[in-house]
Design a protein around this ligand. Structure first.
Ligand code: ZN
Length: 329
């Protein structure tokens, strides 16, 4: 077996309005828009990547914003919460900030020796800010709208809501190499890599809830890190050997990917750390131009015209990408 994933790589979810999405993840949560590209399988749709300064694996949440997409249903067989790390003692500050900006924010809950603040994004996606002491060890992006002392430090964990427990737990531990970490109130935590923030998945068993439906406001898939292409190929062989259906290796331009479903129905990905987000634009300019993979460059004019207008946040002049205005939509 190849070695267990080193942690979370990214989470990809579905949104509706790209501007509202960017205004929330950059403007409110303070993440950097590190790549503005299109859905390679549907290039009339943006693919927006938000994360740390360089978009390092483990800091990333990405979106397919489909204007007018129907809302999904939160339920079993789904990743129902995406948690980010924030420094200890900053949840009060965050709760005020989120409330002041009209976000659907809950109250701080204590669980598994952490404090977690739940909030929904503008499309209803379940997020959590988890405050813990080790968060300070990770760098904050200094160019964002949130002060360093409170800034998001990357992904903390994801929560899977499942109708059953054994098969998902078995895949995590027996096949993927995760370790059982702890359990409380029907929340089973597994860890990979060094463990701790960025390498955690919680499985919550909820046989009474209906199956989830993937659409706007829900997670599309969860990606786990592997260091290189050789290791990814080993993973593919190992997963196929376990009887799973696995995609071929797909070139996502900023990493390479394989996808498969865990037994409860959640789509998982194993993604390589390289080449990363500076492969096609400099660190200083990340996210501030529409980037296309080489095979879509010949269609750039049509693609730009078909995309909704998007004001890209940045330190200097405002940049507007895409050609279609709201009036034409
Ligand atoms: Zn992905």
């Amino acid at each position: 077996m190849p070695s267990a994933p080193t942690g979370l790589h990214h989470v990809t979810a579905i949104a509706t309005d790209p501007q509202r999405n960017a205004d929330f993840y950059h403007g409110v949560l303070g993440l950097r828009l590190v790549k503005t590209t299109v859905n390679f399988d549907a290039p009339d749709t943006y693919h927006l990547y938000f994360g740390g300064e360089s978009g390092q694996p483990g800091t990333l949440i990405t979106f397919f914003p489909w204007p007018g997409a129907p809302p999904g249903r939160h339920g079993a067989g789904q990743a129902t919460a995406v948690a980010f790390s924030v420094p200890e003692g900053s949840l009060g500050w965050w709760r005020e900030r989120l409330r002041a900006r009209g976000a659907d924010v809950g109250t701080v809950a204590h669980r598994l020796e952490e404090e977690a603040l739940p909030v929904r994004d503008p499309d209803g996606l379940g997020l959590e800010l988890v405050a813990h002491r080790q968060a300070d060890a990770a760098p904050a992006w200094e160019g964002g709208p949130v002060p360093d002392e409170h800034a998001v430090r990357g992904l903390h964990s994801v929560t899977l809501t499942e109708a059953g427990y054994e098969h998902t737990a078995g895949l995590l531990t027996d096949t993927l190499g995760f370790r059982f970490a702890e359990e409380a109130n029907n929340r089973f935590r597994f860890a990979t890599g060094e463990g701790g923030a960025g390498g955690l998945v919680d499985v919550v068993c909820r046989p009474e809830v209906p199956q989830g439906l993937v659409a706007a406001g829900t997670v599309h898939h969860i990606a786990w890190r592997t260091p290189d292409d050789d290791e990814q190929v080993s993973w593919r062989e190992a997963l196929v050997g376990q009887g799973l259906n696995v995609t071929p290796v797909l070139d996502r331009q900023y990493f390479h990917s394989i996808y498969f479903r865990e037994p409860g129905g959640v789509l998982l990905e194993i993604a390589t750390d390289p080449p990363g987000f500076t492969v096609d634009e400099p660190l200083m300019r990340l996210g501030r131009a529409l980037r296309l993979p080489p095979w879509l460059e010949p269609s750039r004019a049509e693609i730009e015209q078909a995309l909704p207008a998007l004001r890209v946040p940045g330190p200097d002049e405002e940049i507007v990408l895409g050609g279609r205005t709201a009036a034409e939509a």
